[in-house]
Ligand binder design. Sequence first.
Ligand code: SF4
Ligand code: SF4
Length: 205
Amino acid sequence: MWRSFRARFLPQAVAHVRAGGHAVVVDPTGLAEALLPVDGQGMVTDLGLWALLAIGQQHWERVTAGEAEGLARAVIEESNVSSVLDWCERDGVHEGATRKLQLNCTACAACCHDGDVVLTERDLARFREAGRPDLAGRGFVRRSREGKRTLRMAPGGRCKLLAEDRLCTVYKLRPDNCRAFLMGSEACLAAREETLGLRDGAPLG
Ligand code: SF4
Ligand code: SF4
C-alpha cells in the first residue's frame, strides 16, 4: 500500500517499505521520490514496477547508502505527484503495509477495454501456427504510422476478442501483453475504476 511521508520521516517510510509497502517521500521543496521494495534478486517487485509504469517512469535505482540502503528509489515527475498522492489517499483507509485483494478476473475483464495491447512478431506467429491467421490480419490488428501493431478494439472500446460472458475467446493464444498484465497492479485498479466504476479493488456487486 502507498503512504506519503515528509522527508524528515524517512525512517518511518523505510520501515513501511521494508514491510512490503510503497512510499512517496516529499522533501521541503516539493520534490517527490518513490521508495519501493526489491525482490530476492535485488529488482523492484512486480507491483512496484507496474506502479512506476503507470506514471511513465521506467528508471529506478538501488539506494546504496544510508537508512534506505538496498531499497529501490525513483524520481516522481512533478506532473505525476498528484496521481501518487491519490494512491496514498486511497490506501490510507487500510492499516498495515500490505493487504490482500479478492479479485476475480473471469468476472471482471476490465483490462480488456480501451487497451493499447501491443502485438509482437511472436504473437502473430502464435496466431498463424494455431490456424488463426485471421487474428494477424487487418480485422484484428491496427498498425500505426510508426509501424506499431496493436489489437483493434471494437467501437465502444471493448476488445473484439472478448466474449459477452467476459471471457477471452482466444485465451490460449492471447498476446504476451495480456499474459503479462498484473492483477492487483495500479493498471488493474485503474481499469476496474474506469470500466466498472469500482474503486480500490472493490468487489463486483
Ligand atoms: S482488471 Fe484486474 S481483476 Fe480485472 S480482469 Fe484485468 S487483471 Fe483481472
Ligand atoms: S486478447 Fe483476450 S485477454 Fe487480451 S484484451 Fe482481448 S479479450 Fe482481453
